[in-house]
Design a protein around this ligand. Structure first.
Ligand code: 9PG
Length: 558
């Protein structure tokens, strides 16, 4: 069990720094720190009679790590690699990347790199919102109950037998009160600890149906058009309730969501949703990234006041996709009005009423404010999206997960798959959010407990085709089977017409796993071993996680 030691609290008042280490409530004339520890919930909240600036609020625990212990710490956002590690594990940030390259591609913006210290020491690892130490089938769990007031970083130092939980609050100015840390600490089986945690958060289990469908991304990337999509649609075997989701590439520029690329879609997007209805194939879904705009967009050029600024008044990059992109300020009223029009147009005028894939959401909270933590900003951003989407289902993507618990129907839990197993060798130098089929699979497995509790997990697509890909047949089979076992989203970017006997067999085998439960998952270096329950019987399945030398790419014949 994680044993609570004490709280560390520090703040600035009247230009002076004050700090205290305590396991119970303390107060002075100015500030009160209330510490409670009851029924597995530890909290530390702050009230003050004068304005103060917070510096640190953390809880320390002792833990006896064993050599067989496995450590899971949830990565910052959807795409961040999140897997179990041995107790001598390490995480790599972006410090190893030469600075000019890291700056050029704004690598630090995708994850936690600008505000989290990465250690080179073995066993020093961190994550956000929740984590556990697993000894065989016993989970020692730590999970925050109030991420809307600020994100919680959980950090282990396995060699020192220490676990720390930091509430995001440095530079936060408060006038009267701050909720602070609120942590559930529990021990039990997988179901016991996860059920208890979601119960304490007041998030009820939801029976979200598995959605089946097609997304254009991993077939055409941005190269889509009315002609291409109509052909995909006609050749697909989608049923009327499946989803046909148009991904990135329909807009003239990221950010300009009211401007459809007319060269690609001469009859507009309504023509595509109409065609779907006509064919009785698929319900309409679409991708957009509501909180960012690329450098070459009209929005970037003509609405500088909508751009998010850091404390020095500088615009904030979100990363290097497209022509490079910037974050937008969700508190700007004109920008909010624009988003309202965008959602109304997409849903009601163009007919995308079934699913919105809302992407790159982390950008909204890259910089905290004096009066709001990142967690507060992200919560406000998701509230806005929920209002704008109404009853249309949201598939969240590129988002700190705790902010969307119970608030979106579906959410991506890993990075992008790619047409390679672990992308090109030089890509391994990139950030933790980079595309990698292997990393995506591991995230799906080790975040599987969120499925049906937090939202329906989106493990990204399965790809069975043997054209354009360097993945071996067993790697493609692994991807499909893990998607079937862990997710509530069963999407592909393959064209079922291209399937030969091998693909058809893989499809049958994978979809036969729907409804089977993963009882345990062990990552032993190169091998992932799952114990699953199929028709009341236990079954072992093992998957090779090695990066096998690439195969020559078979090109798709025109
Ligand atoms: C559209 C794509 C697809 C995809 C999304 C997202 O870290 N990265 O470099 C990175 C690149 C692309 C990316 C995510 C991360 O893809 O996940 O499914 O919709 O946007 O542009």
């Amino acid at each position: 069990m994680l044993r609570f030691k004490h709280i560390k609290f520090a703040y600035i008042a009247g230009g002076k720094v004050y700090s205290v280490t305590t396991d119970k409530s303390v107060e002075n004339q100015r500030v009160k720190l209330t510490v409670t520890n009851e029924d597995g919930v530890i909290s530390a909240s702050v009230t003050s009679v004068t304005p103060i600036e917070l510096l640190r609020l953390s809880a320390e625990f002792e833990y006896e790590f064993k050599s067989i212990s496995r450590v899971f710490l949830n990565g910052y956002q959807s795409w961040t690699d999140s897997t179990e590690h041995p107790i001598n594990g390490r995480l790599r940030g972006v410090d190893h990347i030469p600075k000019p390259i890291a700056d050029k591609y704004a690598f630090s913006q995708y994850g936690d790199y600008t505000f989290t210290r990465y250690s080179l020491k073995k066993g020093v690892m961190h994550g956000f919102s929740y984590g556990y130490i697993r000894n065989y089938d016993v989970y020692d769990f730590i999970g925050s109950l109030n991420e809307d007031s600020g994100f919680t970083t959980i950090r282990t130092d396995c060699a020192a037998g220490r676990v720390l939980a930091f509430k995001e609050c440095s530079e936060l100015h408060i006038e009267n009160s701050f909720e602070g840390l609120k942590l559930y600490i529990g021990r039990g089986s997988e179901d016991e600890v996860f059920d208890k945690w979601f119960g304490l958060m007041g998030i009820a289990k939801r029976d979200l149906p598995r959605i089946h469908g097609y997304t254009s991304w991993y077939r055409h990337y941005q190269d889509i058009s009315e002609e291409i999509l109509t052909k995909d649609l006609e050749q697909s075997d989608l049923g009327k309730d499946d989803i046909f989701q148009i991904d990135d590439g329909w807009q003239t520029a990221v950010g300009d969501w009211l401007s459809i690329d007319e060269k690609k879609f001469p009859s507009g997007l309504k023509a595509v949703t109409d065609r779907m209805a006509e064919l009785g194939k698929g319900k309409a879904g679409i991708w957009l990234a509501p909180f960012v705009c690329e450098e070459k967009s009209e929005l970037f050029k003509s609405h500088k006041d909508w751009l998010l600024k850091d404390k020095n008044g500088r615009v904030v990059k979100g990363g290097s996709n497209w022509s490079g992109f910037y974050a937008l300020d969700i508190y700007n009223e004109d920008f909010r009005a624009y988003l309202k029009e965008v959602f109304d147009t997409i849903i009601n005028k163009w007919g995308f009423g079934r699913l919105l894939k809302l992407d790159f959401l982390y950008a909204a909270c890259i910089v905290p404010r004096k009066d709001k933590t990142r967690g507060m900003v992200m919560a406000d951003a998701i509230k806005l999206l929920r209002e704008l989407a109404g009853d249309t289902a949201i598939l969240g993507c590129g988002v700190p997960l705790a902010s969307v618990f119970g608030r979106v129907e579906y959410c991506r839990v890993g990075c992008d798959v790619s047409l390679d197993w672990d992308d090109k060798p030089y890509m391994k130098l990139m950030h933790r959010e980079r595309p990698s089929t292997r990393n995506c699979i591991l995230n799906s497995v080790f975040r599987r407990q969120l499925d049906g509790r937090a939202f329906g997990c989106d493990p990204d697509v399965y790809l069975l085709r043997d054209t354009e890909t360097t993945m071996t047949a067993s790697q493609r089979k692994c991807l499909a089977e893990i998607n079937a076992l862990t997710g509530s989203v069963w999407f592909t970017s393959d064209n079922a017409e291209d399937y030969g006997d091998e693909q058809k067999k893989m499809y049958e085998d994978a979809s036969a796993l729907f409804g089977c439960r993963i009882l345990s998952a062990e990552l032993n270096g190169k091998e992932l071993v799952l114990q699953i329950l199929r028709d009341g019987k236990k079954e072992l399945r093992s998957y090779d996680m090695r990066d096998i030398p690439e195969l020559p790419v078979k090109k798709l014949m025109p």
